[in-house]
Design a binder for this molecule. Structure first.
Ligand SMILES: O=C(O)c1ccc(O)c(O)c1
Ligand SMILES: [Mg+2]
Length: 595
């Protein structure tokens, strides 16, 4: 279907917004009045620019406070409308959005509203314009789509239809039955469809709408379900994103536009409109790759964790470290640049790497070169929004090329408890958090968990995990307040699951390595909250192990190493079906890392 985006979704000047929408691949835009007012370009120039960029102007908006007012006020409103219709003619825009009135002079009189909207439509018709009437969720007398439609139906004017906006509808809907009325609206009377999602919040609906809307798939609404109803009604106009979001207003417009288009592609898939190559849900983590120009400290830390350097890449300065099923690559080949240690790439096991790459491409993920050097095995890889390289791996499958074929083995896998990678915690730039969640959800087919928000000593810590299944890969996207010196706070980490965390930590300490210190106050509080077996808490206190327990008695024990560059490691031990990540302990970790 045709895809559009409202200029209000994007940051920058009108020209920057139009350019971003075009580059991302949208077909059209909704021009927001304020963007036009602030532009030095004449309407004809905007029309020309938009056309040059291959975009249509699918909507001009908003026109406010028109209907259900005393006649002398309505006469002034019509005069105002005439000016706007003239402007729209210069722009070449043929649909205007009129939102339900919030004016104190407006009266609760549907017949009057219908009569005046009909007269507005008469005037619009003279200009070849159609009027799409939208119920704002906080409209003074008209606040539901059903009510707006009854007025449009009563007016019965060919140039008057309704505009459905998923936010206004879903923010007021208490269940799927509240959407049934959409089927009663003839498809050709739905002049426009605006799409937005939002996190579920108990707050004033106007503030919610103006600050927290997000792209479909990023919040808690069933936007795909709503779209199905609208399509069943026979609507075949544009799918248009209309998102008011404080973060998007500050983020890079080009990236926001791509994020928006990805969200519409995934929405079409969910609503059964147009299929995408099916997701190939990753079954595990093949490796985590660290980039560094100083491999010594990280090598020491991996050694203390029980890892052995087992192999070397045949053409690049990349070492493979292994411990049980956990593999870490240490890459010192960042083209001679000095790089602090970072978690730069992630290898994910998939049943069909080529199919994973096809899905990623269909969802606009940037593909990276398959081969870095002539002799390398060809590998499918993409860049995640945060710049992390994601490689699709088929380890130990002789019929497919494997990243391991590029390595020459020099040593046996290390001794000790067999570890596996439990999860990867990927700290995100603050203005790309929602984009990153949507990317991992749609491209990789991972399911997001609830968002966790906690107070951090210097701000708000936000975290959202995504996982496939209980034994598939788990990614934790973290957003931590990052003051200028907040290097460690931006650090990312790799968590290793062990069968016996106490034994693992004792070995780690014997190897001369240190854990992040945990305050005594933390353990005093644990003692108050939970009952432990004799001596258990004392052991945690001695070793610096953190603890969490879920409602069903599942337990989580974990602890953190020191940080090297921008990377640290975590030991975790899960039991009893615990599926979280000890988020309640994150502020303790963050405070200790600040110290
Ligand atoms: O917040 C508003 O005023 C506003 C304006 C136009 C819209 O289409 C809308 O959904 C909300
Ligand atoms: Mg709207």
């Amino acid at each position: 279907m045709r895809k559009s985006i409202a200029t209000v979704c994007l940051s920058g000047t009108l020209t920057e917004k139009l350019t971003a929408a075009s580059r991302a691949g949208f077909d059209g835009v909704e021009i927001f009045e304020n963007d036009l007012l602030a532009s030095p370009l004449a309407p004809e120039e905007i029309a020309a620019r938009t056309a040059d960029l291959g975009l249509g102007i699918d909507l001009y908006q908003p026109m406010r406070d028109i209907e259900a007012v005393p006649e002398e006020i309505f006469a002034r409103n019509l005069r105002r409308a005439r000016h706007k219709f003239q402007l729209m003619r210069r722009l070449g825009a043929d649909t205007v959005l009129v939102c339900s009135s919030i004016a104190p002079q407006a009266v609760d009189d549907d017949a009057l509203a219908a009569e005046q909207l009909s007269r507005l439509a008469d005037l619009a018709q003279e200009f070849g314009i159609r009027v799409a009437y939208e119920a704002l969720a906080w409209g003074r007398h008209v606040s539901t789509y059903g009510h707006a439609w009854r007025i449009v139906e009563a007016a019965d004017h060919p140039a008057l239809g309704t505009c459905l906006d998923s936010f206004h509808i879903l923010s007021r809907a208490s269940g799927p039955e509240d959407l049934k009325g959409i089927a009663d609206i003839p498809g050709d009377k739905i002049f426009f469809l605006q799409l937005a999602d939002a996190p579920l919040m108990a707050m004033d609906v106007l503030q919610w709408s103006r600050h927290y809307r997000c792209f479909p798939g990023q919040g808690g609404f069933d936007v795909a379900g709503l779209l199905r109803h609208v399509l069943n009604a026979g609507y075949d106009g544009p799918l248009s994103l209309e998102v008011f979001n404080d973060v998007f207003r500050q983020a890079d417009a080009g990236r926001t536009a791509l994020d928006g288009l990805r969200s519409l592609l995934a929405l079409e898939e969910n609503a059964g409109v147009s299929p995408l190559p099916a997701p190939v849900i990753p079954s595990g983590v093949a490796f985590a790759e660290l980039a560094t120009s100083d491999p010594e400290p990280v090598g020491e830390l991996l050694t203390a964790l029980g890892f052995t350097r087992t192999a070397r890449h045949h053409g690049k300065p990349v070492d493979l470290w292994a411990q049980g099923g956990a593999r870490v690559l240490v890459n010192t080949g960042a083209a001679g640049r000095r790089t602090d240690t970072t978690l730069a790439a992630v290898g994910l096991e998939t049943a069909d790497p080529a199919a994973s790459a096809r899905r990623a491409e269909a969802l606009l993920a940037p593909a990276l070169p398959k081969r870095r050097a002539a002799q390398d095995v060809p590998l499918e890889s993409i860049a995640a929004p945060d710049g992390t390289e994601v490689l699709f791996c088929a380890t130990s499958r002789p019929e497919l090329p494997s990243w391991t074929d590029d390595f020459t083995y020099t040593a046996e896998n290390g001794p000790g408890d067999a570890m596996v990678i439990d999860h990867l915690a990927l700290t995100q730039p603050w203005h790309h958090f929602d984009e990153s969640v949507l990317f991992h959800r749609t491209v990789l087919g991972l399911s997001p968990h609830e968002t966790v928000e906690l107070a951090d000593p210097y701000g708000l810590f936000r975290s959202r995990a995504l996982s496939a299944s209980s034994d598939g890969p788990r990614l934790v996207l973290n957003l931590a307040p990052a003051p200028e010196e907040g290097g460690e706070i931006r650090a990312r980490h790799v968590a290793f699951a062990v069968g016996d965390i106490v034994a693992a930590v004792r070995r780690f300490r014997t190897a001369g390595a240190g854990l992040l210190p945990v305050p005594a106050n933390y353990y005093d509080d644990l003692e108050a909250r939970f009952e432990f077996a004799e001596g258990e808490l004392e052991t945690y206190r001695e070793l610096g192990i953190l603890y969490d327990r879920d409602e069903r008695g599942g337990e989580f024990r974990h602890c953190y190493t020191e940080t090297v560059g921008h990377v640290f490691f975590e030991f975790v031990q899960r039991s009893g079906g615990y599926s979280g990540f000890g988020a309640a302990n994150a502020p303790i970790r963050l405070a200790a890392q600040r110290r």
